[in-house]
Design a protein around this ligand. Structure first.
Ligand SMILES: [Zn+2]
Length: 216
């Protein structure tokens, strides 16, 4: 594994503790953690995206075209919370997915719906929505971009419970853990192991730590 891959692995690895919060559930959703989900999701995402033609940062984030940085200033990338406290996120699933793939995607969404204020709902006419597509890798934009935004789950390599949740978390506005502004309170980075030319891979982005918090 070359240095670049090593750094990317570190980046994603550090992000998993936050990006896969519901993986620790011990309820009936565990049944969806099939044997194939026992793969190392970080390695899986990176190896799948290694051949991707998409311009990605931190391994699986789409470089924004509507913003000039990987940051969510003034919470503009957040999905709107309605008066009932729910955050509705409309979605569509491309017809290329098999029924098995679709059920995995919907099971991953169902966990969010049941455990959090986020409610993934089938899109009707909403302007802003997530389009889940079988594109070139596992990736997402960071937060709501406005209009249609693609969450890519390449059929060969990305349709795992944990990876689906990981990419959906990005679409909700979650950063990788190591780029949060408060990361140094919680994560110890062994800087001496990182090539100085690669330090730009670990910026600390100003984030609002609890912005996806659903509690009143
Ligand atoms: Zn990620």
């Amino acid at each position: 594994m070359d240095l670049r891959a090593s750094i990317s692995l570190l980046v994603l690895l550090l992000g998993l503790s936050k990006a896969l919060p519901v993986m620790e559930d011990s309820d009936e959703n565990e049944i969806f953690l099939e044997e194939s989900d026992s793969v190392d999701l970080t390695t899986q995402i990176l190896s799948t995206n290694n051949a991707s033609s998409e311009l990605l940062v931190e391994g699986d984030l789409v470089v924004p075209r509507t913003r000039n940085a990987m940051a969510c200033w003034n919470n503009q990338c957040l999905w709107k919370k309605s008066s009932n406290g729910k955050v509705e996120v409309p979605y569509t699933v491309n017809s290329q997915f098999s029924s098995s793939d679709k059920s995995k995607i919907q099971n991953a969404m169902a966990t969010f719906n049941r455990k959090t204020c986020v409610q993934f709902v089938a899109r009707s006419t909403q302007r802003d929505y997530i389009s889940i597509e079988n594109r070139d890798g596992c990736f997402s934009s960071l937060g709501r971009t406005g209009g249609k935004q693609v969450v890519s789950l390449q059929k060969r390599g990305c349709v795992y419970h944990g990876i689906i949740q990981h990419e959906l978390n990005h679409a909700l506005g979650f950063y990788h853990e190591q780029t949060r502004s408060d990361r140094d309170k919680y994560v110890k980075i062994n800087w001496n192991y990182i090539n100085s030319r690669k330090l730009h891979s670990l910026p600390s982005i100003l984030t609002q730590t609890d912005r996806n918090e659903c509690r009143p």
